[in-house]
Design a protein around this ligand. Structure first.
Ligand SMILES: *Cc1c(COP(=O)(O)O)cnc(C)c1O
Length: 360
């Protein structure tokens, strides 16, 4: 008897395939590989080491994430996508070859005041319409000039912006964001970057000098279309196993609240994964899981450590058999859509209890 608990199987072959596919889609752009949030739940050290030779820079959201990459031997440049959070971070950033975005006046002032051992490479974040972070179109010139005049700043200043609706193909907003970005940066030296996954897949003209792939590196679409359509392979297969197969009588309920009641005699499979592992509690009855080559529906509420499926009366499934919650066999985009969540959330909300297995 062997029952394996919730395990995320991570494929470096799939990861490298996706990077090659991204390079094929954007052959003239350098790559900032986005590995924030533990590489979207895939394991930041494994992912970064596996692809370091294929990419030009890494992107993270927190200084701690950048320093963890450095202490694990990553030497390529690292970009702080939200910039630094404290003036005290600047000397650390400088000596660790970390680059920073500058998106507000407080960061600019801190850079002007800081004492650092060497110049820091910065990117001006331009707000072209997301209206979350960034310098306004009108202020871009002034920020650029002030940064150029700042002795702590490397004169090779870059420009970044971010699309808010890149997955909508005909709303007109992306074209406007791109045109504004090109306009305010056109007479300046620096390299430019605006495309994340949506821009890379859907807006060829937005690729520019640097692309910033996140979710598509992991073989997942930025929208609800299964990623296979874009030539990508899911890097993660989320698995667990059957820990019980039980005869179940017609008319009997399953699980908390007894909301789902079987309309026939059947076999119920109990799978060792639940919301304590990050599988959403809200997934409705009917959501598929993949067992022994077929889909079977979740029935009853997802609990903390387990969920239940209707295996069918003729099921031959055994305790210990592997179950796939999402992966190549069962697109995560489909699961996300059923749950009314984003694929991004599903992968980043897995908890530390889920084991990680690097399969190739
Ligand atoms: C997270 C992030 C990305 C990657 O986005 P995806 O949609 O996952 O490709 C790119 N740029 C910035 C600034 C980000 O914060």
């Amino acid at each position: 008897m062997h029952m394996k608990p919730a395990t995320a199987k991570i494929s470096s072959v799939a990861l490298k395939h996706n990077i090659r596919e991204i390079k094929r889609k954007a052959p003239n752009s350098k790559i900032i590989a986005i590995v924030k949030a533990n590489a979207y739940g895939h394991g930041v050290v494994f992912v970064s080491s596996a692809i370091e030779q294929m990419v030009d820079c890494f992107g993270v959201a927190r200084l701690e994430e950048a320093l963890s990459l450095r202490s694990n031997g990553i030497t390529k440049p690292i970009l702080l996508l939200e910039g630094f959070f404290s003036e005290k971070d600047l000397p650390i950033i400088a000596v660790n070859n970390i680059q920073t975005i500058v998106h507000n006046r407080e960061q600019l002032t801190a850079l002007q005041r800081a004492e650092v051992p060497n110049q820091i490479k910065v990117w001006v974040k331009v707000d072209t319409g997301m209206h979350r972070l960034g310098v306004s179109l009108e202020q871009t010139d002034e920020f650029y000039r002030l940064l150029q005049d700042c002795p702590n700043v490397d004169k090779n200043i870059g420009f970044v912006s971010h699309f808010s609706r890149a997955d909508e193909l005909d709303c007109g907003y992306t074209e406007k964001q791109l045109a504004d970005f090109l306009r305010v940066t056109q007479d300046k030296q620096g390299e430019r970057s605006i495309a994340a996954s949506g821009g890379i897949l859907f807006w060829q003209e937005s690729h520019l000098d640097w692309i910033r792939p996140g979710i598509i590196m992991y073989g997942i679409s930025p929208n609800n279309t299964p990623s296979k359509e874009y030539g990508l392979i899911p890097v993660m297969t989320l698995t667990s196993s059957l820990i019980a197969v039980r005869d179940h009588k017609k008319g009997e309920p399953v699980g908390y609240g007894g909301r789902w009641v079987s309309e026939k005699d059947t076999k119920i499979g109990v799978i060792a994964i639940g919301y304590g592992d990050g599988y959403p509690r809200d997934m409705p009855s009917g959501t598929p899981v993949y067992v022994n080559g077929r889909r079977v529906p979740i029935v009853g509420k997802v609990s903390m450590d387990m969920l239940t499926v209707d295996l069918g009366a003729d099921s031959q499934d055994q305790v210990g058999d592997e179950v796939i919650l999402w992966g190549k066999e069962l697109p995560i985009e489909e699961i996300a859509q059923i749950g009314g969540v984003l694929s991004y959330e599903l992968i980043t909300k897995l908890t530390p209890r889920v084991l990680t297995e690097y399969i190739d």
